[in-house]
Design a protein. Structure first.
Length: 214
């Protein structure tokens, strides 16, 4: 070729794909199948892991439930063993409440009579009494409710005016009302009958129910 002849240049070695189209399709299909297989395996692995986790949680919950059921059964057994104690405590509470109600009007006889005796004039003594308790305390002012009422029998060797005796007894703590009833003379001396009402402060309160027993 001469220097004036046109030149030709090639970018590279020419290549020709001689692979049959069917083989190309088969390889592409196999590649897709492998991808889907890997995706399916991954999905199944996730499902297996989730199933295993759920089973582990369920097994743990069942074990905790079994433990709680066993604890409940043990507690019920303990409660059954304490049934007799509970019955005894209930009976004790009922008896305490009954005693508190029955003895709510218990009077401090000795204290009341000693106070009356100290107030009487010299030579006059308490010979006897007949007092009936009043109502059960209702939480009101004990000095405003009748606690005991009846008669007092006084005696003396020498005569005394009944009016000064009554006046001497009216300021006695716990006395709501007092009045002379009758006086009698005999060969052995003189007796005086007084009608009297005491308020509820003369109640002893020894059998009142405690707050814990109510």
């Amino acid at each position: 070729m001469s220097a004036d002849s046109p030149g030709y240049s090639f970018a590279g070695v020419p290549r020709v794909n001689l692979m049959p189209r069917a083989e190309m399709v088969r390889r592409a299909r196999n590649k897709v199948i492998r991808r889907w297989s890997l995706a399916l395996v991954a999905a199944m692995a996730v499902i297996l892991l989730a199933t295993a986790g759920s089973y582990a949680l369920l097994l743990g919950a069942q074990q905790r439930l079994s433990a709680e059921n066993a604890r409940t059964t043990a507690l019920l057994g303990d409660l059954a063993a304490l049934a007799d104690v509970r019955s005894t405590l209930d009976l004790q509470s009922e008896l305490s409440a009954f005693r508190a109600e029955a003895m709510a009007t218990d009077l401090e006889w000795s204290s009341v009579l000693a106070t009356v005796q100290r107030t009487l004039p010299d030579g006059v003594t308490v010979e006897g009494f007949s007092l009936a308790p009043g109502g059960v305390p209702q939480g009101e002012d004990p000095s405003a409710a009748v606690g005991a009422s009846g008669t007092l029998s006084l005696a003396s060797a020498t005569p005394h005016e009944i009016v000064p005796i009554v006046r001497a007894l009216r300021p006695v703590p716990g006395v709501l009302d007092i009045d002379g009833w009758q006086s009698t003379a005999s060969e052995t001396g003189y007796t005086y009958e007084l009608r009297v009402e005491f308020d509820q402060s003369v109640y002893s309160g020894d059998y009142a129910a405690d707050e814990d027993e109510k």
